[in-house]
Design a protein around this ligand. Structure first.
Ligand code: TA6
Length: 303
Protein backbone atom coordinates (compact mmCIF):
# COMPACT_ATOMS: atom_id res chain seq x y z
CA UNK A 1 0.00 0.00 0.00
CA UNK A 2 1.54 3.35 -0.98
CA UNK A 3 1.71 6.39 1.25
CA UNK A 4 -1.37 8.07 -0.21
CA UNK A 5 -3.43 4.90 0.20
CA UNK A 6 -2.36 4.70 3.84
CA UNK A 7 -3.16 8.39 4.35
CA UNK A 8 -6.59 8.07 2.75
CA UNK A 9 -7.34 5.01 4.81
CA UNK A 10 -6.24 6.60 8.10
CA UNK A 11 -7.13 10.29 7.64
CA UNK A 12 -9.37 10.56 4.58
CA UNK A 13 -12.95 11.80 5.16
CA UNK A 14 -15.45 10.68 2.54
CA UNK A 15 -15.61 13.19 -0.29
CA UNK A 16 -14.35 15.95 2.05
CA UNK A 17 -10.64 15.14 2.52
CA UNK A 18 -8.36 13.04 0.35
CA UNK A 19 -4.63 12.74 -0.36
CA UNK A 20 -2.94 12.46 -3.74
CA UNK A 21 0.61 12.21 -5.04
CA UNK A 22 1.80 15.15 -7.18
CA UNK A 23 4.97 16.24 -8.97
CA UNK A 24 8.29 15.92 -7.23
CA UNK A 25 7.16 12.96 -5.14
CA UNK A 26 5.12 15.23 -2.91
CA UNK A 27 1.69 14.55 -1.43
CA UNK A 28 -1.17 17.05 -1.34
CA UNK A 29 -4.25 17.01 0.86
CA UNK A 30 -7.35 18.11 -1.03
CA UNK A 31 -10.29 19.53 0.93
CA UNK A 32 -13.74 19.85 -0.63
CA UNK A 33 -16.58 20.55 1.79
CA UNK A 34 -19.88 22.44 1.76
CA UNK A 35 -18.13 25.71 2.57
CA UNK A 36 -14.86 25.74 0.65
CA UNK A 37 -12.16 23.98 -1.28
CA UNK A 38 -8.53 24.01 -0.12
CA UNK A 39 -5.30 22.20 -0.74
CA UNK A 40 -2.21 21.69 1.41
CA UNK A 41 1.14 20.17 0.50
CA UNK A 42 2.40 17.85 3.23
CA UNK A 43 5.93 19.16 2.63
CA UNK A 44 6.06 22.22 4.85
CA UNK A 45 2.39 21.75 5.83
CA UNK A 46 2.11 24.34 3.10
CA UNK A 47 -1.41 25.59 2.45
CA UNK A 48 -1.54 26.23 -1.29
CA UNK A 49 -5.17 27.11 -1.92
CA UNK A 50 -8.37 28.17 -0.14
CA UNK A 51 -11.54 29.30 -1.89
CA UNK A 52 -14.77 29.65 0.09
CA UNK A 53 -17.82 28.84 -2.04
CA UNK A 54 -18.92 32.45 -1.51
CA UNK A 55 -15.86 33.66 -3.45
CA UNK A 56 -15.62 33.59 -7.26
CA UNK A 57 -11.85 34.13 -6.97
CA UNK A 58 -9.48 32.18 -4.67
CA UNK A 59 -8.49 34.03 -1.50
CA UNK A 60 -5.00 32.53 -1.38
CA UNK A 61 -2.56 33.15 -4.26
CA UNK A 62 -0.22 30.52 -5.69
CA UNK A 63 2.33 31.50 -8.29
CA UNK A 64 1.86 29.95 -11.69
CA UNK A 65 5.65 29.43 -11.49
CA UNK A 66 5.41 27.56 -8.18
CA UNK A 67 7.54 24.39 -8.30
CA UNK A 68 6.55 21.32 -6.29
CA UNK A 69 9.88 19.61 -5.60
CA UNK A 70 11.36 17.94 -2.55
CA UNK A 71 13.12 20.45 -0.34
CA UNK A 72 12.10 23.48 -2.42
CA UNK A 73 10.02 26.31 -0.97
CA UNK A 74 6.67 26.68 -2.75
CA UNK A 75 6.01 30.23 -4.03
CA UNK A 76 2.69 31.47 -2.73
CA UNK A 77 0.13 30.01 -0.35
CA UNK A 78 1.16 30.08 3.32
CA UNK A 79 4.80 29.18 3.96
CA UNK A 80 5.38 28.27 7.62
CA UNK A 81 8.37 30.32 8.71
CA UNK A 82 9.87 28.63 11.80
CA UNK A 83 11.93 28.56 14.05
CA UNK A 84 13.14 31.85 12.66
CA UNK A 85 11.67 34.54 10.41
CA UNK A 86 13.87 36.11 7.72
CA UNK A 87 17.62 35.57 7.75
CA UNK A 88 19.08 33.44 10.58
CA UNK A 89 20.28 35.70 13.34
CA UNK A 90 23.91 34.51 13.19
CA UNK A 91 24.50 32.06 10.34
CA UNK A 92 23.85 33.39 6.82
CA UNK A 93 24.25 29.85 5.45
CA UNK A 94 21.05 28.78 7.24
CA UNK A 95 17.87 28.87 5.08
CA UNK A 96 15.85 32.08 5.10
CA UNK A 97 12.62 31.75 7.10
CA UNK A 98 13.82 28.57 8.83
CA UNK A 99 13.48 24.97 7.71
CA UNK A 100 9.86 24.11 8.57
CA UNK A 101 8.53 25.17 5.15
CA UNK A 102 10.76 22.71 3.27
CA UNK A 103 10.76 19.83 5.75
CA UNK A 104 8.53 16.75 5.36
CA UNK A 105 5.51 16.87 7.69
CA UNK A 106 3.18 14.04 8.66
CA UNK A 107 -0.54 14.10 9.30
CA UNK A 108 -1.42 13.33 12.92
CA UNK A 109 -5.17 14.04 12.98
CA UNK A 110 -8.07 14.96 10.74
CA UNK A 111 -11.74 15.61 11.33
CA UNK A 112 -14.89 17.42 10.37
CA UNK A 113 -15.89 20.42 12.51
CA UNK A 114 -19.49 20.78 13.78
CA UNK A 115 -20.08 23.53 11.17
CA UNK A 116 -18.80 21.27 8.37
CA UNK A 117 -15.33 22.77 8.04
CA UNK A 118 -12.44 20.33 7.60
CA UNK A 119 -9.63 20.05 10.14
CA UNK A 120 -6.12 18.72 9.56
CA UNK A 121 -3.21 18.65 12.02
CA UNK A 122 0.37 17.97 11.01
CA UNK A 123 3.83 17.98 12.56
CA UNK A 124 7.27 18.04 10.91
CA UNK A 125 9.53 14.99 10.73
CA UNK A 126 12.74 15.55 12.69
CA UNK A 127 16.04 14.64 11.03
CA UNK A 128 19.78 15.07 11.48
CA UNK A 129 19.42 18.01 9.07
CA UNK A 130 16.77 19.76 11.16
CA UNK A 131 18.57 19.06 14.44
CA UNK A 132 21.76 20.53 12.98
CA UNK A 133 19.81 23.72 12.31
CA UNK A 134 17.79 23.61 15.54
CA UNK A 135 19.46 21.66 18.37
CA UNK A 136 16.55 22.06 20.80
CA UNK A 137 14.04 19.53 22.08
CA UNK A 138 10.81 20.89 20.66
CA UNK A 139 7.57 19.87 19.01
CA UNK A 140 5.78 21.87 16.33
CA UNK A 141 2.19 21.37 15.18
CA UNK A 142 0.04 23.13 12.60
CA UNK A 143 -3.72 22.76 12.61
CA UNK A 144 -5.62 24.06 9.58
CA UNK A 145 -9.40 24.40 9.65
CA UNK A 146 -10.83 25.18 6.20
CA UNK A 147 -14.44 26.30 5.81
CA UNK A 148 -16.14 29.65 5.19
CA UNK A 149 -13.21 30.97 7.22
CA UNK A 150 -9.67 29.67 7.26
CA UNK A 151 -8.07 29.19 10.70
CA UNK A 152 -4.46 28.16 11.29
CA UNK A 153 -2.94 27.36 14.69
CA UNK A 154 0.85 27.01 14.96
CA UNK A 155 1.88 25.47 18.29
CA UNK A 156 5.48 25.39 19.50
CA UNK A 157 6.21 23.20 22.53
CA UNK A 158 9.50 23.21 24.41
CA UNK A 159 9.94 19.56 25.38
CA UNK A 160 13.46 20.12 26.71
CA UNK A 161 14.97 21.41 29.94
CA UNK A 162 16.33 24.72 28.65
CA UNK A 163 14.44 27.78 27.42
CA UNK A 164 14.67 28.73 23.76
CA UNK A 165 13.59 31.65 21.60
CA UNK A 166 11.82 31.57 18.23
CA UNK A 167 10.64 33.98 15.60
CA UNK A 168 7.93 32.77 13.25
CA UNK A 169 5.36 33.70 10.61
CA UNK A 170 2.44 32.32 8.68
CA UNK A 171 3.64 34.03 5.50
CA UNK A 172 0.40 34.20 3.52
CA UNK A 173 0.13 35.41 -0.07
CA UNK A 174 -3.38 36.76 -0.64
CA UNK A 175 -5.00 36.93 -4.08
CA UNK A 176 -5.97 40.48 -5.09
CA UNK A 177 -7.21 42.03 -8.35
CA UNK A 178 -4.20 44.33 -8.71
CA UNK A 179 -1.68 45.78 -6.25
CA UNK A 180 -2.61 49.27 -7.42
CA UNK A 181 -6.23 48.72 -6.34
CA UNK A 182 -5.47 47.11 -3.00
CA UNK A 183 -4.58 48.45 0.43
CA UNK A 184 -4.14 47.17 3.97
CA UNK A 185 -6.14 48.73 6.78
CA UNK A 186 -6.00 48.31 10.55
CA UNK A 187 -2.35 49.12 11.25
CA UNK A 188 -2.63 52.92 11.50
CA UNK A 189 -0.40 54.27 14.28
CA UNK A 190 1.63 51.05 14.52
CA UNK A 191 5.41 51.18 14.64
CA UNK A 192 7.20 49.33 11.85
CA UNK A 193 10.70 48.48 10.65
CA UNK A 194 11.08 49.18 6.94
CA UNK A 195 13.24 46.41 5.44
CA UNK A 196 13.54 48.09 2.06
CA UNK A 197 17.05 49.53 2.23
CA UNK A 198 17.93 48.77 5.84
CA UNK A 199 15.66 48.68 8.85
CA UNK A 200 14.37 52.21 9.17
CA UNK A 201 11.80 52.74 11.91
CA UNK A 202 8.48 54.32 11.00
CA UNK A 203 4.92 54.81 12.24
CA UNK A 204 2.02 53.88 9.98
CA UNK A 205 -0.01 56.87 8.82
CA UNK A 206 -3.46 55.61 7.92
CA UNK A 207 -4.05 52.83 5.41
CA UNK A 208 -1.13 51.11 3.65
CA UNK A 209 -1.18 51.74 -0.11
CA UNK A 210 1.34 50.34 -2.57
CA UNK A 211 3.39 52.37 -5.05
CA UNK A 212 6.65 50.40 -4.92
CA UNK A 213 8.51 47.59 -3.13
CA UNK A 214 7.10 47.40 0.36
CA UNK A 215 8.58 45.20 3.09
CA UNK A 216 7.55 46.28 6.58
CA UNK A 217 7.50 44.47 9.89
CA UNK A 218 4.82 46.08 12.07
CA UNK A 219 5.80 45.40 15.67
CA UNK A 220 4.07 45.29 19.04
CA UNK A 221 0.63 44.99 17.50
CA UNK A 222 -2.07 42.41 18.12
CA UNK A 223 -4.42 44.32 15.82
CA UNK A 224 -6.79 42.73 13.35
CA UNK A 225 -6.08 44.03 9.87
CA UNK A 226 -7.64 43.61 6.44
CA UNK A 227 -6.74 43.51 2.76
CA UNK A 228 -9.19 45.85 0.99
CA UNK A 229 -9.52 45.19 -2.74
CA UNK A 230 -11.32 47.75 -4.92
CA UNK A 231 -10.98 45.57 -8.04
CA UNK A 232 -12.37 42.32 -6.64
CA UNK A 233 -14.65 44.38 -4.36
CA UNK A 234 -13.79 42.33 -1.30
CA UNK A 235 -12.22 42.64 2.10
CA UNK A 236 -10.13 39.85 3.60
CA UNK A 237 -10.19 40.14 7.38
CA UNK A 238 -7.10 38.88 9.24
CA UNK A 239 -7.70 38.29 12.95
CA UNK A 240 -4.93 36.88 15.13
CA UNK A 241 -3.82 35.89 18.61
CA UNK A 242 -0.42 34.97 19.98
CA UNK A 243 1.21 37.28 17.45
CA UNK A 244 2.68 40.75 18.00
CA UNK A 245 4.08 41.34 14.51
CA UNK A 246 2.40 41.75 11.15
CA UNK A 247 4.53 41.78 8.00
CA UNK A 248 3.32 43.49 4.83
CA UNK A 249 5.21 42.76 1.61
CA UNK A 250 5.08 43.26 -2.11
CA UNK A 251 8.26 42.79 -4.16
CA UNK A 252 7.25 45.18 -6.97
CA UNK A 253 8.71 44.87 -10.45
CA UNK A 254 12.49 44.68 -10.00
CA UNK A 255 12.59 42.29 -7.04
CA UNK A 256 9.85 40.14 -8.60
CA UNK A 257 11.89 39.84 -11.79
CA UNK A 258 14.99 38.92 -9.76
CA UNK A 259 13.02 36.29 -7.88
CA UNK A 260 11.80 34.87 -11.21
CA UNK A 261 8.98 32.73 -9.78
CA UNK A 262 6.31 35.31 -9.05
CA UNK A 263 4.37 34.44 -12.21
CA UNK A 264 6.25 36.32 -14.91
CA UNK A 265 5.87 38.93 -16.20
CA UNK A 266 3.47 40.56 -13.73
CA UNK A 267 1.97 37.85 -11.57
CA UNK A 268 3.32 39.73 -8.55
CA UNK A 269 0.61 42.37 -9.13
CA UNK A 270 -2.09 39.86 -8.17
CA UNK A 271 -0.84 39.20 -4.66
CA UNK A 272 0.13 40.91 -1.44
CA UNK A 273 1.63 39.23 1.60
CA UNK A 274 0.18 39.97 5.03
CA UNK A 275 2.01 37.72 7.43
CA UNK A 276 0.99 36.91 10.97
CA UNK A 277 4.26 36.73 12.86
CA UNK A 278 6.47 37.21 15.86
CA UNK A 279 9.62 38.86 14.51
CA UNK A 280 12.41 41.27 15.54
CA UNK A 281 11.75 42.49 19.10
CA UNK A 282 8.64 40.29 19.22
CA UNK A 283 10.72 37.10 19.37
CA UNK A 284 9.04 34.58 21.68
CA UNK A 285 10.86 32.92 24.58
CA UNK A 286 9.39 29.44 25.11
CA UNK A 287 10.36 28.26 28.57
CA UNK A 288 11.29 24.64 29.20
CA UNK A 289 8.08 22.61 29.32
CA UNK A 290 5.96 25.48 28.03
CA UNK A 291 4.10 25.97 24.76
CA UNK A 292 3.31 28.99 22.56
CA UNK A 293 0.41 29.21 20.10
CA UNK A 294 0.05 31.58 17.18
CA UNK A 295 -3.44 31.69 15.65
CA UNK A 296 -4.77 33.47 12.58
CA UNK A 297 -8.23 33.40 11.00
CA UNK A 298 -9.16 34.75 7.57
CA UNK A 299 -12.63 35.72 6.38
CA UNK A 300 -13.47 37.13 2.93
CA UNK A 301 -16.48 39.44 2.62
CA UNK A 302 -17.97 41.75 -0.03
CA UNK A 303 -16.80 45.40 0.07
O1 TA6 B 1 8.20 38.48 4.53
C1 TA6 B 1 8.80 39.28 3.54
C2 TA6 B 1 10.11 38.62 3.13
O2 TA6 B 1 10.96 38.46 4.23
C3 TA6 B 1 10.73 39.45 2.02
O3 TA6 B 1 11.85 40.16 2.49
C4 TA6 B 1 11.06 38.41 0.94
O4 TA6 B 1 12.34 37.89 1.15
C5 TA6 B 1 9.94 37.42 1.17
O5 TA6 B 1 9.86 37.31 2.59
C6 TA6 B 1 10.07 36.10 0.44
O6 TA6 B 1 11.09 35.36 1.00
P1 TA6 B 1 11.42 33.93 0.33
O7 TA6 B 1 12.53 33.36 1.17
O8 TA6 B 1 10.17 33.10 0.38
O9 TA6 B 1 11.81 34.24 -1.10
Amino acid sequence: MDSTEKLNRQFGIGGQLGFRAVDGGLVVAEINNAHATASLCLQGAHLMAWQPRSQAVPVIWLSRDAVLASGKAIRGGTPVCWPWFGAHVSDPSFPAHGFARTAPWRVIESGSEPDGATRLTLCPEESDKTRALWPHDSRLELTVIAGETLRMELVTENTGITDFEITEALHTYFRIGDIGAARVGGLAGCDYRDKVGGSTPGKQDGTIRFTGETDRVYVNTAAECAVEDDMLKRRIRIAKSGSLSTVVWTPWTEKANRMGDMGQPDGWRETVCVETANALENAVKVAAGARHTLIVEYRAEPM
